[in-house]
Design a binder for this molecule. Sequence first.
Ligand SMILES: Nc1ncnc2c1ncn2[C@@H]1O[C@H](COP(=O)(O)OP(=O)(O)OP(=O)(O)O)[C@@H](O)[C@H]1O
Ligand SMILES: O=P(O)(O)OC[C@@]1(O)O[C@H](CO)[C@@H](O)[C@@H]1O
Length: 309
Amino acid sequence: MIYTYTLTPSLDYTVYLPGFSPGKLNRSEEVYYYPGGKGINVSRVLKRLGADSTAVGLAGGFTGDYLEQFLQDEGIRTALIRTDSITRINVKIKSDQETELNGPGPEITEQERRQLLDRAGRMERGDWLVLAGRIPDSAGADFAVELAGICRDSGIRLAVDTSGPVLKELADMKPELMKPNEHELGELFGAEIKTKEDALHYARLLVRQGVRHVIVSMGGEGALYVSDTMEAEAQAPEVKVVNTVGAGDSLVSGFIAALESGKGAEEAFKYGVAAGSATVSRSDLCRKEDVDTLAEQVTVTRLNGGKNR
Ligand SMILES: Nc1ncnc2c1ncn2[C@@H]1O[C@H](COP(=O)(O)OP(=O)(O)OP(=O)(O)O)[C@@H](O)[C@H]1O
Ligand SMILES: O=P(O)(O)OC[C@@]1(O)O[C@H](CO)[C@@H](O)[C@@H]1O
């Protein structure tokens, strides 16, 4: 079973405009209200790719009701803890540029924190726990590490797609998968990633720390994959950019869905990159038929002479 953990879900209020002028009244005739938050996106994309998951997290207020109902209507199992904090509304402005305005996460009580950890304690060896999105300060500095400890001790495969200082500590907990983008990878090591070689260098350090699969996503440039046995680069296919929100989440979903269907790491990497690019070409995440088509167009090149290291 796959569980996605989203401590800070959102309702993504997505607005398309021909032009956006800060400091002025801007009117849009095309708006959408999508469920959001990184783990929620992972669950939604997994569903479309034919993999079931349970969305664990916190939901509150009218936006929390909307979010939960939306997921259930899509046939996604939810285990959302009801909280007093209203689920945030994140504003995504799509114009000649993409502008995002993300709200803060919920205030997490000690009881909610405990419930989230206990839920992980009931998972089974071999399950996936995808910890994705911002972890609010109210969860406590050690929340993510405690959760990762439960995963490590119970043989749960932890996938990490979060940001901030906690990434460094999580890397030490030997997660199965980390998917930083270049910026997050640089932040993790206090370094500026300027070249692909820089990204490879730091991805290798993560693998040396015990991370099984590291995928560094690089937007329209594609992604890098590093593990103990393979290093590879994938070129992203060219697509019309409609909405890049959730591209990284889709990469994670495609990778995990492919592994779960029995594919090897190289094929899973390719499928993940295809899912990321397919999401970019749609307003509301990818569709399976697009992912399958794009997967044929993604080229994966083995690095280091194409040999396994
Ligand atoms: N402009 C683009 N054209 C084609 N593919 C893209 C583009 N942007 C992103 N992708 C695809 O999506 C994947 C993930 O993108 P990106 O590196 O932007 O993730 P991210 O920063 O984690 O995104 P987010 O936080 O919005 O989910 C890329 O590896 C690539 O396959
Ligand atoms: O504030 P966070 O948790 O870092 O990111 C939240 C968010 O921007 O990420 C998703 C796309 O990856 C969106 O659905 C959501 O609004």
